[in-house]
Design a protein around this ligand. Structure first.
Ligand SMILES: Nc1ncnc2c1ncn2[C@@H]1O[C@H](COP(=O)(O)OP(=O)(O)OP(=O)(O)O)[C@@H](O)[C@H]1O
Ligand SMILES: [Mg+2]
Length: 512
Protein backbone atom coordinates (compact mmCIF):
# COMPACT_ATOMS: atom_id res chain seq x y z
CA UNK A 1 0.00 0.00 0.00
CA UNK A 2 1.44 3.36 -1.01
CA UNK A 3 1.38 6.14 1.55
CA UNK A 4 -0.15 8.35 -1.09
CA UNK A 5 -3.18 6.07 -1.37
CA UNK A 6 -6.05 7.99 0.22
CA UNK A 7 -7.55 6.49 3.36
CA UNK A 8 -11.00 6.78 1.84
CA UNK A 9 -12.02 7.30 -1.74
CA UNK A 10 -15.55 7.31 -3.10
CA UNK A 11 -16.49 7.34 -6.74
CA UNK A 12 -19.84 8.17 -8.26
CA UNK A 13 -21.76 7.69 -5.02
CA UNK A 14 -25.47 8.19 -5.65
CA UNK A 15 -28.66 7.91 -3.60
CA UNK A 16 -32.22 8.84 -4.37
CA UNK A 17 -35.27 8.85 -2.13
CA UNK A 18 -38.80 9.07 -3.48
CA UNK A 19 -38.97 12.43 -5.20
CA UNK A 20 -35.39 13.58 -4.53
CA UNK A 21 -31.91 12.70 -5.73
CA UNK A 22 -30.17 13.34 -2.40
CA UNK A 23 -26.62 12.47 -3.51
CA UNK A 24 -25.73 12.65 -7.19
CA UNK A 25 -22.53 10.96 -8.44
CA UNK A 26 -20.20 12.29 -5.77
CA UNK A 27 -16.41 11.75 -5.99
CA UNK A 28 -14.47 12.46 -2.87
CA UNK A 29 -11.15 11.56 -1.15
CA UNK A 30 -9.93 11.76 2.42
CA UNK A 31 -6.17 11.61 3.07
CA UNK A 32 -4.38 10.33 6.15
CA UNK A 33 -4.56 12.51 9.26
CA UNK A 34 -6.63 14.91 7.21
CA UNK A 35 -9.61 16.94 8.41
CA UNK A 36 -11.92 17.22 5.44
CA UNK A 37 -14.88 19.56 5.90
CA UNK A 38 -18.14 19.07 4.03
CA UNK A 39 -20.39 22.11 3.79
CA UNK A 40 -23.63 22.86 1.97
CA UNK A 41 -27.17 24.11 2.44
CA UNK A 42 -29.85 22.27 4.40
CA UNK A 43 -30.86 19.22 2.41
CA UNK A 44 -27.74 19.33 0.19
CA UNK A 45 -27.04 15.67 0.95
CA UNK A 46 -24.23 15.87 3.52
CA UNK A 47 -25.69 13.45 6.07
CA UNK A 48 -26.95 11.07 3.39
CA UNK A 49 -23.51 10.91 1.79
CA UNK A 50 -21.89 10.00 5.09
CA UNK A 51 -24.60 7.49 5.98
CA UNK A 52 -23.73 5.67 2.74
CA UNK A 53 -20.06 5.65 3.72
CA UNK A 54 -20.98 3.93 7.00
CA UNK A 55 -23.37 1.51 5.34
CA UNK A 56 -26.37 2.92 7.26
CA UNK A 57 -27.94 3.71 3.88
CA UNK A 58 -27.49 1.49 0.85
CA UNK A 59 -26.26 3.23 -2.28
CA UNK A 60 -27.93 3.26 -5.68
CA UNK A 61 -24.64 3.55 -7.52
CA UNK A 62 -20.91 4.07 -6.91
CA UNK A 63 -17.92 2.56 -5.14
CA UNK A 64 -16.18 3.04 -1.82
CA UNK A 65 -12.46 2.28 -1.32
CA UNK A 66 -10.58 2.08 1.99
CA UNK A 67 -6.78 2.00 1.71
CA UNK A 68 -7.20 1.45 -2.01
CA UNK A 69 -9.41 -1.63 -1.68
CA UNK A 70 -13.09 -1.64 -2.58
CA UNK A 71 -15.38 -2.25 0.39
CA UNK A 72 -19.06 -3.21 0.63
CA UNK A 73 -20.68 -2.28 3.92
CA UNK A 74 -24.15 -3.57 4.64
CA UNK A 75 -24.50 -1.70 7.92
CA UNK A 76 -22.62 0.35 10.55
CA UNK A 77 -21.24 -2.82 12.16
CA UNK A 78 -19.30 -3.51 8.95
CA UNK A 79 -17.92 -0.01 8.63
CA UNK A 80 -16.98 0.09 12.32
CA UNK A 81 -15.04 -3.14 11.88
CA UNK A 82 -13.19 -1.36 9.06
CA UNK A 83 -12.41 1.59 11.35
CA UNK A 84 -15.08 4.08 10.27
CA UNK A 85 -17.18 5.64 13.01
CA UNK A 86 -19.87 8.31 12.65
CA UNK A 87 -21.17 10.63 15.35
CA UNK A 88 -24.66 11.53 14.13
CA UNK A 89 -26.36 14.89 13.91
CA UNK A 90 -28.98 13.70 16.40
CA UNK A 91 -27.56 12.85 19.84
CA UNK A 92 -27.34 9.14 20.31
CA UNK A 93 -26.75 8.54 24.01
CA UNK A 94 -28.87 6.69 26.54
CA UNK A 95 -29.70 9.49 28.93
CA UNK A 96 -30.07 7.53 32.19
CA UNK A 97 -26.79 5.66 31.71
CA UNK A 98 -23.44 7.02 32.87
CA UNK A 99 -20.72 8.24 30.53
CA UNK A 100 -18.70 5.07 31.09
CA UNK A 101 -21.70 2.87 30.32
CA UNK A 102 -22.51 4.80 27.15
CA UNK A 103 -18.92 4.59 25.96
CA UNK A 104 -18.91 0.84 26.44
CA UNK A 105 -22.09 0.33 24.42
CA UNK A 106 -20.01 -0.49 21.34
CA UNK A 107 -17.36 -2.46 23.01
CA UNK A 108 -16.62 -5.98 23.99
CA UNK A 109 -17.33 -5.24 27.69
CA UNK A 110 -21.01 -5.91 27.03
CA UNK A 111 -21.80 -9.50 27.88
CA UNK A 112 -25.12 -10.27 26.29
CA UNK A 113 -27.16 -7.26 27.34
CA UNK A 114 -25.35 -6.72 30.63
CA UNK A 115 -22.62 -4.12 30.94
CA UNK A 116 -19.60 -5.26 32.95
CA UNK A 117 -19.36 -2.14 35.15
CA UNK A 118 -15.76 -2.49 36.15
CA UNK A 119 -14.51 -3.27 32.67
CA UNK A 120 -16.61 -0.41 31.28
CA UNK A 121 -15.07 2.09 33.70
CA UNK A 122 -11.54 0.84 33.01
CA UNK A 123 -12.05 1.11 29.27
CA UNK A 124 -13.56 4.59 29.58
CA UNK A 125 -10.70 5.75 31.82
CA UNK A 126 -8.20 4.45 29.30
CA UNK A 127 -9.87 6.37 26.45
CA UNK A 128 -10.03 9.45 28.62
CA UNK A 129 -6.26 9.28 29.15
CA UNK A 130 -5.61 8.60 25.50
CA UNK A 131 -7.69 11.59 24.34
CA UNK A 132 -6.58 13.80 27.25
CA UNK A 133 -10.10 15.00 28.07
CA UNK A 134 -11.49 16.05 31.44
CA UNK A 135 -14.94 14.63 31.85
CA UNK A 136 -16.86 12.88 34.65
CA UNK A 137 -17.57 9.29 33.66
CA UNK A 138 -19.69 8.16 36.58
CA UNK A 139 -22.67 10.53 36.22
CA UNK A 140 -25.73 9.93 34.05
CA UNK A 141 -25.19 11.68 30.73
CA UNK A 142 -28.48 13.63 31.01
CA UNK A 143 -26.81 15.62 33.79
CA UNK A 144 -23.92 16.64 31.53
CA UNK A 145 -23.77 19.71 29.31
CA UNK A 146 -24.15 19.50 25.53
CA UNK A 147 -20.40 19.77 24.99
CA UNK A 148 -19.67 16.99 27.44
CA UNK A 149 -22.27 14.73 25.84
CA UNK A 150 -20.62 15.36 22.51
CA UNK A 151 -17.26 14.29 23.92
CA UNK A 152 -18.80 11.11 25.35
CA UNK A 153 -20.04 10.23 21.87
CA UNK A 154 -16.60 10.80 20.40
CA UNK A 155 -14.98 8.78 23.19
CA UNK A 156 -17.33 5.97 22.29
CA UNK A 157 -15.78 5.90 18.82
CA UNK A 158 -12.44 5.20 20.46
CA UNK A 159 -13.65 2.05 22.17
CA UNK A 160 -12.47 0.56 18.89
CA UNK A 161 -9.55 2.13 16.98
CA UNK A 162 -11.10 4.47 14.45
CA UNK A 163 -9.20 5.34 11.29
CA UNK A 164 -11.91 7.67 10.08
CA UNK A 165 -14.24 9.65 12.29
CA UNK A 166 -17.28 11.32 10.73
CA UNK A 167 -18.68 14.21 12.77
CA UNK A 168 -22.05 15.53 11.61
CA UNK A 169 -22.50 19.10 12.89
CA UNK A 170 -20.75 18.40 16.19
CA UNK A 171 -20.89 22.00 17.42
CA UNK A 172 -24.52 22.77 16.48
CA UNK A 173 -25.70 22.43 20.08
CA UNK A 174 -22.58 23.65 21.85
CA UNK A 175 -22.39 26.99 23.64
CA UNK A 176 -19.91 29.71 22.72
CA UNK A 177 -17.42 28.77 25.42
CA UNK A 178 -17.51 25.08 24.56
CA UNK A 179 -16.67 25.38 20.87
CA UNK A 180 -13.10 26.63 21.10
CA UNK A 181 -11.81 23.79 23.35
CA UNK A 182 -13.72 21.27 21.25
CA UNK A 183 -12.04 22.45 18.02
CA UNK A 184 -8.62 22.30 19.71
CA UNK A 185 -9.39 18.77 20.81
CA UNK A 186 -10.34 17.70 17.28
CA UNK A 187 -7.27 19.29 15.73
CA UNK A 188 -5.07 17.74 18.41
CA UNK A 189 -6.48 14.33 17.67
CA UNK A 190 -5.31 14.33 14.05
CA UNK A 191 -1.86 15.62 14.92
CA UNK A 192 -1.27 13.09 17.66
CA UNK A 193 -3.02 10.02 16.28
CA UNK A 194 -3.39 8.26 13.00
CA UNK A 195 -6.98 9.29 12.44
CA UNK A 196 -8.74 11.25 9.70
CA UNK A 197 -11.92 13.24 10.11
CA UNK A 198 -14.87 14.18 7.93
CA UNK A 199 -16.30 17.29 9.52
CA UNK A 200 -19.79 18.49 8.53
CA UNK A 201 -20.71 21.98 9.67
CA UNK A 202 -22.65 25.14 8.86
CA UNK A 203 -20.12 27.30 10.71
CA UNK A 204 -17.59 28.41 8.14
CA UNK A 205 -15.23 30.03 10.62
CA UNK A 206 -14.69 26.60 12.19
CA UNK A 207 -13.40 24.99 9.03
CA UNK A 208 -10.82 27.74 8.61
CA UNK A 209 -9.61 26.97 12.11
CA UNK A 210 -9.21 23.22 11.79
CA UNK A 211 -9.77 21.75 8.32
CA UNK A 212 -7.17 20.86 5.71
CA UNK A 213 -9.62 20.56 2.84
CA UNK A 214 -13.21 21.52 2.12
CA UNK A 215 -15.82 20.07 -0.21
CA UNK A 216 -19.04 21.92 -1.03
CA UNK A 217 -22.21 20.01 -1.84
CA UNK A 218 -25.08 21.68 -3.66
CA UNK A 219 -28.25 19.73 -4.35
CA UNK A 220 -26.39 16.45 -4.08
CA UNK A 221 -23.47 17.41 -6.33
CA UNK A 222 -19.93 18.48 -5.53
CA UNK A 223 -19.55 22.11 -6.59
CA UNK A 224 -16.10 22.72 -5.13
CA UNK A 225 -13.20 20.88 -3.47
CA UNK A 226 -10.24 22.92 -2.29
CA UNK A 227 -7.28 23.05 0.06
CA UNK A 228 -8.21 25.41 2.90
CA UNK A 229 -5.10 27.48 2.20
CA UNK A 230 -6.30 28.09 -1.36
CA UNK A 231 -9.83 29.25 -0.59
CA UNK A 232 -11.73 31.82 1.50
CA UNK A 233 -15.02 32.10 3.39
CA UNK A 234 -16.37 34.21 0.55
CA UNK A 235 -15.56 31.61 -2.08
CA UNK A 236 -17.17 28.90 0.04
CA UNK A 237 -20.34 30.94 0.50
CA UNK A 238 -20.49 31.59 -3.24
CA UNK A 239 -20.09 27.91 -4.07
CA UNK A 240 -22.80 27.05 -1.56
CA UNK A 241 -25.60 29.61 -1.78
CA UNK A 242 -27.36 31.52 -4.49
CA UNK A 243 -26.92 35.20 -3.66
CA UNK A 244 -30.66 35.91 -3.42
CA UNK A 245 -30.97 33.61 -0.42
CA UNK A 246 -29.10 35.92 1.95
CA UNK A 247 -31.65 38.33 3.42
CA UNK A 248 -30.71 41.76 4.68
CA UNK A 249 -32.47 43.63 7.49
CA UNK A 250 -31.98 46.57 9.84
CA UNK A 251 -33.03 46.95 13.47
CA UNK A 252 -34.98 50.21 13.86
CA UNK A 253 -34.02 52.60 16.64
CA UNK A 254 -36.56 52.38 19.50
CA UNK A 255 -38.02 55.03 21.72
CA UNK A 256 -37.81 53.34 25.08
CA UNK A 257 -40.19 55.65 26.89
CA UNK A 258 -42.90 54.57 24.49
CA UNK A 259 -42.03 50.90 24.64
CA UNK A 260 -41.86 50.71 28.40
CA UNK A 261 -45.43 51.94 28.70
CA UNK A 262 -46.39 48.85 26.75
CA UNK A 263 -45.06 45.89 28.65
CA UNK A 264 -46.36 42.49 27.68
CA UNK A 265 -44.55 40.32 30.21
CA UNK A 266 -43.16 41.28 33.61
CA UNK A 267 -41.30 38.80 35.77
CA UNK A 268 -39.47 39.21 39.07
CA UNK A 269 -38.76 35.63 40.08
CA UNK A 270 -39.17 32.17 38.69
CA UNK A 271 -39.40 28.98 40.70
CA UNK A 272 -38.54 25.52 39.41
CA UNK A 273 -36.79 22.43 40.70
CA UNK A 274 -37.62 23.53 44.26
CA UNK A 275 -35.63 26.78 43.98
CA UNK A 276 -36.50 30.41 43.37
CA UNK A 277 -34.31 32.49 41.06
CA UNK A 278 -33.88 36.19 40.77
CA UNK A 279 -35.00 36.92 37.22
CA UNK A 280 -36.03 40.54 37.09
CA UNK A 281 -36.95 41.16 33.44
CA UNK A 282 -39.69 42.50 31.19
CA UNK A 283 -40.59 42.17 27.53
CA UNK A 284 -42.31 45.05 25.73
CA UNK A 285 -44.74 44.84 22.86
CA UNK A 286 -42.96 44.98 19.52
CA UNK A 287 -39.61 44.10 21.00
CA UNK A 288 -37.07 41.36 20.29
CA UNK A 289 -35.21 40.45 23.48
CA UNK A 290 -32.20 38.12 23.51
CA UNK A 291 -31.48 35.73 26.37
CA UNK A 292 -27.82 34.88 26.54
CA UNK A 293 -25.84 32.68 28.92
CA UNK A 294 -24.01 29.40 29.08
CA UNK A 295 -25.91 26.22 28.36
CA UNK A 296 -27.63 25.50 31.70
CA UNK A 297 -27.55 29.13 32.90
CA UNK A 298 -31.34 29.20 33.25
CA UNK A 299 -32.40 30.96 30.02
CA UNK A 300 -34.47 28.04 28.79
CA UNK A 301 -35.65 27.01 32.25
CA UNK A 302 -37.02 30.48 33.05
CA UNK A 303 -39.06 30.69 29.86
CA UNK A 304 -40.27 27.08 30.08
CA UNK A 305 -41.54 27.78 33.58
CA UNK A 306 -43.43 30.85 32.42
CA UNK A 307 -44.82 28.98 29.42
CA UNK A 308 -46.15 26.30 31.81
CA UNK A 309 -44.05 23.52 30.33
CA UNK A 310 -41.85 23.19 33.39
CA UNK A 311 -43.52 22.67 36.77
CA UNK A 312 -43.26 25.30 39.43
CA UNK A 313 -44.15 25.43 43.15
CA UNK A 314 -45.20 29.06 43.01
CA UNK A 315 -45.82 31.21 40.03
CA UNK A 316 -46.30 34.92 39.71
CA UNK A 317 -45.91 37.12 36.68
CA UNK A 318 -47.86 39.61 34.61
CA UNK A 319 -48.82 38.75 31.04
CA UNK A 320 -50.70 41.27 28.93
CA UNK A 321 -51.93 43.12 32.01
CA UNK A 322 -53.16 40.00 33.79
CA UNK A 323 -51.64 38.48 36.90
CA UNK A 324 -50.87 34.81 36.33
CA UNK A 325 -50.35 32.49 39.27
CA UNK A 326 -51.26 29.10 37.83
CA UNK A 327 -51.89 27.18 34.65
CA UNK A 328 -50.26 24.90 32.13
CA UNK A 329 -48.94 25.36 28.61
CA UNK A 330 -52.42 25.15 27.02
CA UNK A 331 -53.49 28.13 29.06
CA UNK A 332 -50.47 30.14 27.95
CA UNK A 333 -50.92 29.18 24.29
CA UNK A 334 -54.55 30.29 24.47
CA UNK A 335 -53.32 33.65 25.87
CA UNK A 336 -50.94 34.00 22.94
CA UNK A 337 -47.60 32.73 24.27
CA UNK A 338 -45.88 30.07 22.19
CA UNK A 339 -42.52 28.47 22.94
CA UNK A 340 -40.63 26.57 20.27
CA UNK A 341 -38.19 24.24 21.98
CA UNK A 342 -34.73 23.37 20.81
CA UNK A 343 -34.96 20.96 17.93
CA UNK A 344 -33.07 18.20 19.61
CA UNK A 345 -35.53 18.13 22.46
CA UNK A 346 -39.27 17.67 21.96
CA UNK A 347 -39.74 19.89 18.94
CA UNK A 348 -41.22 17.23 16.73
CA UNK A 349 -43.12 13.97 16.63
CA UNK A 350 -40.63 11.83 14.68
CA UNK A 351 -43.06 9.07 13.77
CA UNK A 352 -45.75 11.42 12.43
CA UNK A 353 -45.92 12.89 8.96
CA UNK A 354 -45.42 16.49 7.90
CA UNK A 355 -49.12 17.42 8.05
CA UNK A 356 -49.44 16.15 11.60
CA UNK A 357 -46.27 17.89 12.70
CA UNK A 358 -47.12 21.22 11.14
CA UNK A 359 -50.68 21.16 12.46
CA UNK A 360 -49.91 19.97 15.99
CA UNK A 361 -50.09 23.55 17.28
CA UNK A 362 -53.49 24.22 15.75
CA UNK A 363 -55.66 21.50 17.19
CA UNK A 364 -58.71 23.73 17.60
CA UNK A 365 -58.50 25.41 14.25
CA UNK A 366 -58.18 22.20 12.26
CA UNK A 367 -60.55 19.94 14.15
CA UNK A 368 -64.33 19.66 13.85
CA UNK A 369 -66.56 20.13 16.90
CA UNK A 370 -66.52 16.38 17.37
CA UNK A 371 -62.75 16.33 17.51
CA UNK A 372 -62.22 14.89 14.04
CA UNK A 373 -59.29 16.32 12.13
CA UNK A 374 -60.30 18.24 9.01
CA UNK A 375 -58.11 16.33 6.59
CA UNK A 376 -58.29 18.55 3.55
CA UNK A 377 -57.86 21.82 5.44
CA UNK A 378 -54.93 20.38 7.39
CA UNK A 379 -53.17 19.32 4.21
CA UNK A 380 -53.64 22.72 2.59
CA UNK A 381 -52.51 24.52 5.72
CA UNK A 382 -49.44 22.27 6.09
CA UNK A 383 -48.48 22.86 2.49
CA UNK A 384 -48.74 26.64 2.93
CA UNK A 385 -46.45 26.59 5.97
CA UNK A 386 -43.93 24.31 4.28
CA UNK A 387 -43.74 26.42 1.13
CA UNK A 388 -43.69 29.68 3.03
CA UNK A 389 -40.60 28.48 4.85
CA UNK A 390 -38.80 27.15 1.81
CA UNK A 391 -38.76 23.63 3.23
CA UNK A 392 -37.27 20.86 1.13
CA UNK A 393 -39.58 17.82 1.19
CA UNK A 394 -40.88 15.17 -1.16
CA UNK A 395 -44.47 14.70 0.07
CA UNK A 396 -46.57 16.09 2.91
CA UNK A 397 -47.35 12.50 3.87
CA UNK A 398 -43.71 11.62 4.55
CA UNK A 399 -42.41 11.16 8.08
CA UNK A 400 -40.78 14.28 9.47
CA UNK A 401 -37.77 12.24 10.59
CA UNK A 402 -36.90 11.70 6.90
CA UNK A 403 -36.21 15.41 6.43
CA UNK A 404 -32.75 16.89 6.78
CA UNK A 405 -32.02 18.42 10.19
CA UNK A 406 -32.29 21.98 9.00
CA UNK A 407 -35.59 21.40 7.26
CA UNK A 408 -37.17 20.04 10.45
CA UNK A 409 -36.11 23.22 12.19
CA UNK A 410 -37.76 25.38 9.52
CA UNK A 411 -41.08 23.63 10.19
CA UNK A 412 -40.90 24.13 13.94
CA UNK A 413 -40.35 27.86 13.57
CA UNK A 414 -42.71 28.27 10.64
CA UNK A 415 -45.72 26.75 12.36
CA UNK A 416 -45.28 28.86 15.54
CA UNK A 417 -45.18 32.16 13.73
CA UNK A 418 -48.60 31.41 12.26
CA UNK A 419 -50.43 30.99 15.58
CA UNK A 420 -53.42 33.29 15.24
CA UNK A 421 -53.52 35.27 18.45
CA UNK A 422 -49.74 35.18 18.90
CA UNK A 423 -48.48 37.82 21.32
CA UNK A 424 -45.19 36.41 22.57
CA UNK A 425 -43.03 33.98 20.65
CA UNK A 426 -40.17 32.32 22.51
CA UNK A 427 -37.61 30.69 20.24
CA UNK A 428 -34.94 28.49 21.77
CA UNK A 429 -31.80 28.08 19.63
CA UNK A 430 -33.90 28.53 16.47
CA UNK A 431 -30.97 28.62 14.06
CA UNK A 432 -28.98 25.63 15.35
CA UNK A 433 -28.18 23.51 12.31
CA UNK A 434 -29.50 25.99 9.75
CA UNK A 435 -27.50 27.10 6.73
CA UNK A 436 -26.60 30.76 6.26
CA UNK A 437 -29.51 31.61 3.99
CA UNK A 438 -32.05 29.93 6.25
CA UNK A 439 -30.56 31.68 9.28
CA UNK A 440 -30.92 35.09 7.70
CA UNK A 441 -34.50 34.20 6.88
CA UNK A 442 -35.27 33.46 10.53
CA UNK A 443 -33.79 36.82 11.58
CA UNK A 444 -35.96 38.62 9.05
CA UNK A 445 -39.06 36.75 10.25
CA UNK A 446 -38.33 37.61 13.86
CA UNK A 447 -37.85 41.31 13.08
CA UNK A 448 -40.97 41.34 10.94
CA UNK A 449 -43.02 39.93 13.82
CA UNK A 450 -41.84 42.71 16.10
CA UNK A 451 -41.55 45.69 13.77
CA UNK A 452 -44.51 45.22 11.44
CA UNK A 453 -46.91 43.11 13.53
CA UNK A 454 -46.10 44.50 16.99
CA UNK A 455 -45.52 41.07 18.53
CA UNK A 456 -42.87 40.30 21.14
CA UNK A 457 -40.08 37.79 20.75
CA UNK A 458 -37.74 36.19 23.27
CA UNK A 459 -34.73 34.93 21.36
CA UNK A 460 -32.69 32.36 23.32
CA UNK A 461 -29.36 31.60 21.70
CA UNK A 462 -25.83 30.42 22.33
CA UNK A 463 -24.57 32.44 19.38
CA UNK A 464 -23.90 35.89 20.71
CA UNK A 465 -23.29 37.34 17.24
CA UNK A 466 -26.83 36.62 16.10
CA UNK A 467 -28.34 38.20 19.22
CA UNK A 468 -26.21 41.33 18.74
CA UNK A 469 -27.40 41.51 15.16
CA UNK A 470 -31.15 41.05 15.71
CA UNK A 471 -32.19 42.10 19.24
CA UNK A 472 -33.41 45.34 20.82
CA UNK A 473 -32.22 44.32 24.26
CA UNK A 474 -30.30 41.40 25.78
CA UNK A 475 -30.51 39.84 29.25
CA UNK A 476 -27.57 37.78 30.47
CA UNK A 477 -28.26 34.76 32.65
CA UNK A 478 -25.85 33.21 35.12
CA UNK A 479 -26.58 30.38 37.54
CA UNK A 480 -30.32 30.72 37.04
CA UNK A 481 -30.44 34.47 37.69
CA UNK A 482 -30.59 37.50 35.42
CA UNK A 483 -27.30 39.31 36.01
CA UNK A 484 -27.28 42.01 33.33
CA UNK A 485 -29.58 43.94 31.02
CA UNK A 486 -28.28 45.81 27.96
CA UNK A 487 -30.07 48.04 25.48
CA UNK A 488 -29.02 47.96 21.84
CA UNK A 489 -27.01 51.18 22.04
CA UNK A 490 -24.97 49.68 24.90
CA UNK A 491 -24.34 46.28 23.31
CA UNK A 492 -20.78 45.12 23.93
CA UNK A 493 -19.48 41.64 23.35
CA UNK A 494 -16.85 41.96 26.08
CA UNK A 495 -19.31 43.11 28.74
CA UNK A 496 -21.79 40.36 27.88
CA UNK A 497 -19.16 37.61 27.88
CA UNK A 498 -17.88 38.86 31.22
CA UNK A 499 -21.30 38.57 32.85
CA UNK A 500 -21.84 35.22 31.18
CA UNK A 501 -18.88 33.89 33.13
CA UNK A 502 -20.09 35.24 36.43
CA UNK A 503 -20.03 39.02 36.58
CA UNK A 504 -17.00 39.31 38.85
CA UNK A 505 -14.64 38.98 35.94
CA UNK A 506 -16.57 41.46 33.90
CA UNK A 507 -16.33 44.10 36.61
CA UNK A 508 -12.57 43.63 36.60
CA UNK A 509 -12.47 43.84 32.81
CA UNK A 510 -14.55 46.98 32.84
CA UNK A 511 -11.92 48.65 35.03
CA UNK A 512 -9.00 47.36 33.02
N1 LIG B 1 -34.67 8.61 5.03
C1 LIG B 1 -35.02 9.51 4.11
N2 LIG B 1 -36.17 9.37 3.40
C2 LIG B 1 -36.53 10.27 2.46
N3 LIG B 1 -35.82 11.37 2.16
C3 LIG B 1 -34.66 11.59 2.84
C4 LIG B 1 -34.21 10.67 3.86
N4 LIG B 1 -33.03 11.14 4.34
C5 LIG B 1 -32.78 12.30 3.68
N5 LIG B 1 -33.75 12.56 2.77
C6 LIG B 1 -33.78 13.71 1.83
O1 LIG B 1 -32.54 13.79 1.18
C7 LIG B 1 -32.10 15.15 1.03
C8 LIG B 1 -30.73 15.30 1.65
O2 LIG B 1 -30.87 15.22 3.06
P1 LIG B 1 -29.63 15.23 4.06
O3 LIG B 1 -30.15 14.88 5.40
O4 LIG B 1 -28.53 14.41 3.51
O5 LIG B 1 -29.21 16.79 3.99
P2 LIG B 1 -28.08 17.57 4.80
O6 LIG B 1 -27.15 18.17 3.78
O7 LIG B 1 -27.49 16.71 5.84
O8 LIG B 1 -28.93 18.78 5.41
P3 LIG B 1 -28.89 19.49 6.90
O9 LIG B 1 -27.83 20.54 6.82
O10 LIG B 1 -30.23 20.13 6.99
O11 LIG B 1 -28.65 18.45 7.92
C9 LIG B 1 -33.20 16.00 1.66
O12 LIG B 1 -34.03 16.44 0.64
C10 LIG B 1 -33.92 15.04 2.60
O13 LIG B 1 -35.28 15.40 2.74
MG1 LIG C 1 -27.58 16.70 7.92
Amino acid sequence: MLLSTPLLEIKGLTKGFTGVLAVDHVDFKVGRKEIHAIIGENGAGKSTLCKMITGTYSMDDGQIYMDGKEVHFTGPADSMAAGIYMVYQERNLISYMTGAQNISLNAEVIKGVVVDEKAAMEKAEEIKRQLKVEIPLEVEVEKLGAGEQQLIEIMRAFSATPKLLILDEPTASLGEGEIEPFLKFIKGMTTQMDVSIIYITHKLEEIFQIADKVTVLTEGKVTMTAEIADTSQNKCVKAMIKSDKMKEFAVPVKDYEDLENNKLLEVKNVNYGGKTYDTDFYICKGEVVGFYGLVGSGRTEAMETIAGIRSSDQKHFIFDGEEITSGDSYKMISKGMVLTPELRRNGIFPALNLIENVCSLYINKLATKLGMVKKKESAVFAKTILDENDTKYASINQKISDLSGGNMQKIIIGRSIRVENLKLLVVDEPTAGLDLGAKSEIYVKIRHLADELGKSVVFISSELEELLKTCDRIYVFYNGNVVKELKREDFSKEVILGYTLGGVRSAREAHA
